[in-house]
Design a protein. Structure first.
Lengths: 110, 109
């Protein structure tokens, strides 16, 4: 069964460093999303992406964040200068009618 | 935006017991999904159910879209059912989904 994959599974970085989180969506899906979950809290929407452009973004998705689909398979989330409060589980999702979530990348900013 | 509530927030069950989890939402939706977050943090798709009833083994779900709620039934619970159950809704099929706060389920032997 096709699935969304994410790498790395866990990333530790120092405050102020740039990180890139990678996702491979399900191959015939056209809509892509990033969500995050701070420990113990609910899952929050960050950004949606369709037809090679952002279709919607939340207030969380400020100038420090960017997304890219550099080729036909990968979908990336970049955080330019990480802050302590960026520590969270980041989920990539892809879909059509139903969204399928990847296993997540746990980002720890120290 | 759409508000999503889930009840109960926490639930402890003896193995073998049945349970019903509820999701209320504040506006009409065309996407409703139930997820199970396992102890490793992974979100597992349980049901895509914007309306009607579906069953998958010991789990079933019903959404009454006109009354803006959905129910997830777990029968004959097992310890592997433990985790957090999230309901998530979207205005359209391709829109972002908004998650509820979850129901934390613990099934004890």
């Amino acid at each position: 069964e096709p699935e969304v994959t994410q790498t790395p599974s866990h990333q530790v970085t120092q405050m102020g460093q740039e990180v890139i989180l990678r996702c491979v969506p399900i191959s015939n899906h056209l809509y892509f999303y990033w969500y995050r979950q701070i420990l113990g809290q609910k899952v929050e929407f960050l950004v949606s992406f369709y037809n090679n452009e952002i279709s919607e973004k939340s207030e969380i998705f400020d100038d420090q964040f960017s997304v890219e689909r550099p080729d036909g398979s990968n979908f990336t989330l970049k955080i330019r200068s990480t802050k302590l409060e960026d520590s969270a589980m980041y989920f990539c999702a892809s879909g059509g009618h139903e969204q399928y979530f990847g296993p997540g990348t746990r980002l720890t900013v120290t | 935006g759409i508000q999503v509530e889930q009840s109960p927030p926490d639930l402890i069950l003896q193995e073998g017991a049945n349970s019903t989890l509820r999701c209320n939402f504040s506006d009409s939706v065309n996407n409703l999904q139930w997820f199970h977050q396992n102890p490793w943090g992974q979100l597992i798709n349980l049901f895509y159910i914007p309306s009607g009833t579906k069953q998958n083994g010991r789990l079933s779900a019903t959404t009454v879209a006109t009354e803006r709620y959905s129910l997830l039934y777990i029968s004959s619970s097992q310890t592997t059912d433990s985790g957090v159950y999230f309901c998530a809704v979207g205005k359209t099929s391709y829109d972002k989904v908004i998650f509820g706060p979850g129901t934390s389920l613990s099934v004890i032997p």
